[in-house]
Design a protein around this ligand. Sequence first.
Ligand SMILES: C[S@@+](CC[C@H](N)C(=O)[O-])C[C@H]1O[C@@H](n2cnc3c(N)ncnc32)[C@H](O)[C@@H]1O
Length: 194
Amino acid sequence: MSSTNRSKARDSHTSDYYKTPIDQIVKFLKEFNKHEDVFIKPYIKILDCCAGGLIEKDLMSYPEALKQIGIHNVDTIDIREDSLADIKVDYLTYDCKNKYDVIITNPPFSIAEDIIKKALDDVKDNGWVIMLLRLNFFEGKSRKDFWLDNMAKYSFVHSKRMSFTDNGGTDSVAYMHCVFQKSYNPEFCKLKVI
Ligand SMILES: C[S@@+](CC[C@H](N)C(=O)[O-])C[C@H]1O[C@@H](n2cnc3c(N)ncnc32)[C@H](O)[C@@H]1O
């Protein structure tokens, strides 16, 4: 595709590319493993639908973190052509064909709700959708109906401020790994500070 024809969303600066610190993902995965046996099942099918990475620069954070807990087969999608993902498409319009056990990522903030809803469609019954979200994703009038229909099972709130940049800078935003289970819509969410 020529650079004049392709969507600007395929460029790093316009597609909301930030890399999640791998050590913080591993911290979450190890804590999550204490509560659910999701990642210890054999033949688990996992997708990172906004996988990131940057050719010759950054690894893809979630697949790398999963490797550290012994999981090596993760399908990867990203809209950017300079991402390291196997499949370069807009996930929101992509037909996954087969259902996944787990979809995990740090989605772009601007389309996070749409990504979560699609991921819930793309996982098997009782499958898991795990997203890194700002803690204030819980607030907002317009989001109330979303939470009524899709309350997360867990929120693992990161006590350490995350840095998504090479210079180690942080902003004043708290983040959580929010864990949704398909077909399970509890009235309350379990919250743990990690
Ligand atoms: C916040 S970054 C996170 C990257 C990586 N998951 C990480 O945690 O380091 C969001 C990623 O989503 C990608 N992205 C943006 N819109 C997308 C879409 N519609 N479909 C698939 N990927 C998308 C961006 O190119 C970017 O790499």
